[in-house]
Design a protein around this ligand. Structure first.
Ligand code: UD1
Ligand code: CA
Length: 462
């Protein structure tokens, strides 16, 4: 999102709140939305504005907040004492050059779009402020925007300081504003705390500006949802639902068929081809790439996977870190763990786990198996209950199963081992040595029947 004018920009994100109402030891701004911290959403949006600096004012849980968000260039500013929003912004001012515009955001208001913020910033300038306002259904708790008889923004009055007439005002403060640093610094330094909460209110700078004849340009949010903040877990769930609806809508408008948009969770980035179908209760995390005509059955959790054209994932699969070819069939109840590579036409059936292994074209493991640290060729049949014993209690070892091999039901392959091309392993075998190509290998006790054997009978009590 390139800004249309060139005034340098510093974004100040307030994140010093304690978040008591979260009732959680995790600092509020680290609570996850779509699987990542609230604050990281705000930082990412700020980045889209291409600012010269992003300054995060932190206080509560400081070290934890800093280390959780160490990636990316952010300047950390400590607010040791929480004396109000004006005091919080003031802490960041020493690091902001006078000729910058300052955009104030909040670590617990994660849904504002970069487009909205760019419009706001464009309304501010060296001698003008911009203020983001809204008209929520219920204005309770918000500061009210007081306009003069000419309709110009004159000041903001906090709910707790407002008289009855002011409380009736419908236009509310989102808290987000853009102001020239030179003026903002002067106003912040002049703030008092003679108000109902005994705090330094950032909102008071609006009245100070208007009193000096500095224009405050309001931008009224069309949809107050964008400015929703998070104070408790119920509001967090509300925001998650908003995000869920938005991502599902985006996918549907991109051509994906979604069985129920209220029952699809996307916590990452999804790219997709044409005619993809996502059934109910699907969770997609990390980076997920879906080819043409991919079908995902109900209840699947898929993280960091690539799935090829025409592949079907049947219900209740948990797939992580898999690269799956075209026309494969996975599940129901299959699990892949990282570094799984499945070629075209592979079938993975119920209660089969695959880890750090590759399966070649049209190979099958249809029932009750574990395949770990294995290189499996093409057209291999892994029989029901086959276990690749890759772990000796200390180290993991590799197994190679060459093309067209068949492993019998309930066989154990003790790694490291190579099963030769076209080899067959008899059912119930535990193989730890060479399994030659093209032959039947049996490694189990021979069946025998005892003639004249009698089943014991109960002795009569005397
Ligand atoms: C503030 C606005 C109010 C607006 C509302 C929107 C002021 C005085 N009031 O009220 O007009 O309608 O937001 O939600 O600005 N924070 C700090 N350090 C502090 C104080 C606050 O970092 O010393 C952070 C908090 O973590 C929070 C944000 O600033 O994320 C807002 O603070 P809060 O005290 O909740 O302000 P509100 O009463 O909501
Ligand atoms: Ca608040």
């Amino acid at each position: 999102m390139t800004r249309s004018h060139s005034t340098p920009l510093s974004v100040v994100i307030l994140a010093a709140g304690e978040g008591k109402r979260m009732k959680s030891p995790l600092p509020k701004v680290l609570q996850p939305l779509l699987g990542r911290p609230l604050l990281s959403h705000v930082i990412d949006t700020a980045r889209e504005l291409d600012p010269q600096a992003i300054l995060v004012v932190y206080g509560h849980g400081g070290e934890r907040v800093r280390s959780a968000l160490s990636a990316g260039p952010v300047t950390w500013v400590e607010q040791a004492e929480r004396l109000g929003t004006g005091h919080a912004v003031l802490q960041a001012m020493p690091s902001v050059p006078d000729d910058h515009l300052v955009l104030v955001l909040y670590g617990d208001v994660p849904l504002l779009s970069a487009a909205t913020l760019a419009r706001l910033v464009a309304l501010a300038g060296p001698t003008q402020l911009a203020l983001l306002t809204m008209q929520p259904e219920d204005p309770a708790g918000y500061g009210r925007i007081v306009r003069d008889s000419g309709g110009h923004v004159a000041r903001i009055v906090e709910q707790k300081d407002a008289c009855a007439g002011e409380l009736a005002l419908r236009e509310c403060n989102t808290g987000v504003l853009a102001a020239p640093a030179r003026l903002l610094k002067r106003w912040l330094a002049g703030l008092g705390r003679d108000n109902a909460q005994g705090e330094y209110y950032l909102t008071d700078v609006i009245g100070m500006a208007a009193a000096e004849g500095v224009v405050v340009n309001p931008l009224v949010l069309a949809d107050p949802i964008e400015a929703l903040g998070v104070n408790d877990k119920a509001q967090l769930a509300t925001l998650e639902a908003v995000c869920r609806r938005n991502t599902a809508r985006e996918l549907m408008l991109g051509g994906v068929t979604v069985a129920d948009p209220a029952r699809l969770d996307v916590r990452g980035r999804v790219t997709h081809g044409a005619d993809v179908f996502l059934d109910v209760n699907v969770v997609l995390e990390g980076r997920v790439k879906l080819g043409d005509r991919v079908r995902i059955g109900p209840g699947c959790v898929i993280r960091d996977c690539e799935i090829g054209d025409d592949t079907e994932i049947l219900p209740f699969c948990v797939l992580e870190g898999a690269s799956i070819g075209a026309s494969a069939r996975i599940g129901p109840f299959a699990r892949t763990r990282p570094a799984t590579v499945l070629a075209d036409g592979v079938h993975i059936g119920n209660f089969v786990e695959v880890k750090n292994s590759s399966l070649g074209t049209e190979s099958k493991a249809n029932h009750l198996s574990y395949v770990g640290d294995a290189v499996v060729g093409a057209h291999v049949n892994i029989g029901a209950g086959t276990i690749v014993a890759n772990y000796d209690g200390a180290n993991k070892h590799r197994t190679v199963i060459e093309d067209e091999a068949h492993t019998g039901s309930n066989s154990v392959l003790v790694a490291p081992i190579t099963v030769g091309r076209g080899a067959t392993i008899a059912a119930g075998s535990t193989v730890a040595g060479e399994v030659p190509a093209g032959k039947l290998t049996i490694a189990r006790a021979r069946q025998s029947t005892l003639e004249g054997w009698q089943r014991p009978t109960k002795r009569k009590k005397t």
